[in-house]
Ligand binder design. Sequence first.
Ligand code: F6R
Length: 611
Amino acid sequence: MCGIVAYVGHRDACPIILKGLKRLEYRGYDSAGIALMNGDLSVYKRKGKVSDLEEFIVDKDVHGHIGMGHTRWATHGEPNDVNAHPHYSSSKRIAIIHNGIIENYAALKTLLLEKGHTFQSETDSEVFINLIEDIQQNSKCSLPEAVRLALHEVVGAYAIVVLSKEDQNTLIAARKGSPLVVGIGEGEYFLASDATPIIEYTNDVVYVNDFELVVIRDGELEIRTKEDVVQTPYVQRLEMALESIEKGGYPHFMLKEIFEQPRSILDSMRGRMIAESNHLMMGGIREFENKFVNAERILIVACGTSWHAGLVAEYLIEDLARIPVEVEYASEFRYRNPIISERDIVIAISQSGETADTLAALELAKSKGATIFGICNVVGSSIARATDAGAYTHAGPEIGVASTKAFTAQVTVLSLIAMIIGSKRGTLETTKLHQLMVELESIPAKVERALLLDVQIQEISATFKDATNFLYLGRGYNFPVALEGALKLKEISYIHAEGYPAAEMKHGPIALIDEHMPVVVIATKDSSYEKIVSNIQEVKARKGRIIAIVTEGDTTIPAMADYVIEIPETSEHLVPLLSVIPLQLLSYHIAVMRGCNVDQPRNLAKSVTVE
Ligand code: F6R
């Protein structure tokens, strides 16, 4: 995690860096800092948000045309002023900002202490900058060369920027495992963890690759590998609108992103299907169509909400394409010595495309010969680049830490994949395929209708905002939705919530049910409808308070439930795209009513680039 920004050019660096840090705050927000060169190398840093840093520097001289900033998600050392970045070396001649983890920092620190280096913080990043200083002192080389040599000594992940007081015109950066983008403007350069701090100024970017060193000096950009081989920068033009990374009148990014879903779902299917002519196309799959069609097994690796989308895909692919699917937590899979063969297809799902565990899981599968397909939202992200093929979800930037529109976009893309493979394998007959495509086309309009439930959901939220526990129950396609609803509630409102398969409840969680327990039951009209009606009776018999998500026009469940939320009817294959909407809104309103910071919940960060 952590966000990094740096600037060199004709403008004042500080406002650009602070604005960039605010855009990157979703990556971490426990402390923030900035370093500026104006004859000296000045560092200002503070525990708390970027706004706390802004307050702190209000009366300081923060002018300069070159500088760097950092917003932190703590790994080594608690969030405080000292552990905040940037970090000076012992001599205070050079300073670093760092996103990632240096795994061998303890051994390096011992060596550096023996050599007389001193440390102020508990961070691994301060070890990194002292290592660079030590190498420069001992080999009497240039600073870029010392950084390059240091890359051979550190084990772990990093995106770093280094500044030296003795070289007032140079930005040095490097990357391995943590993202780093260079923005190229007119006589100015930007460095950032993603493109959001950059696109206001330029759309021309270079994605730095692992083990590359970037030196921007006197208006020139040079990239070389850790092995000292000069690289030709590959400049890409980004199509990202500035409005897409702003709140656009909504009080929170999360609410904006929930309401964007009719559009984002449409964008994720755009150009990939024409229902009228039963035409499905997905560039990424075409090349590997035979592999998909003949796959003996599909493995899905992901974390969190993306894992829930993967679980929906398990139901979809097994049902429509009749290929066995296993959905794996990337963090478990990578350490389990899993059995993977060349006939397996591994689908890695990730909104950010930077989740360390997902990346490591796909690398492991790749090393064993499996074909890797990626489903990512962030264009040019590490996972997107590490896969053999893939499909972007095109949901647009998701900035609220709690994932919403990314989930529905992932499910949309996965539905298309299941349909493509099913039709190619002959397991999905043409009439059924056509019905599904027509239904999928109607989903954005139905999501629009589901969003009209907002007012009713606010009322329900007011009733339950002080609850201490919630249970979410679903069956079939709605089971992953129950998990997702519970995750949304706990991460932003800090209310304990559990998602369960409704029938599994009687094997334990039923003991929790009494008149104080709100139970959200997702009980739309589908093949398990009768069964879930029985499960609702079981809750009711124990006086649980039932909030039921039902299909419009249902009369049976409303007679049993305490609160009823009606969503439009759809095929059960696609129902997660609708049934998740009220759950997103419920968690949002409860969190707002409890006074929680929904866009930046405590302890979390948007992209988890540590193991
Ligand atoms: C939940 C949430 C997380 C992410 C998880 C994976 O709202 O946002 O659970 O889904 O950290 O992130 P990505 O999809 O970026 O790999």
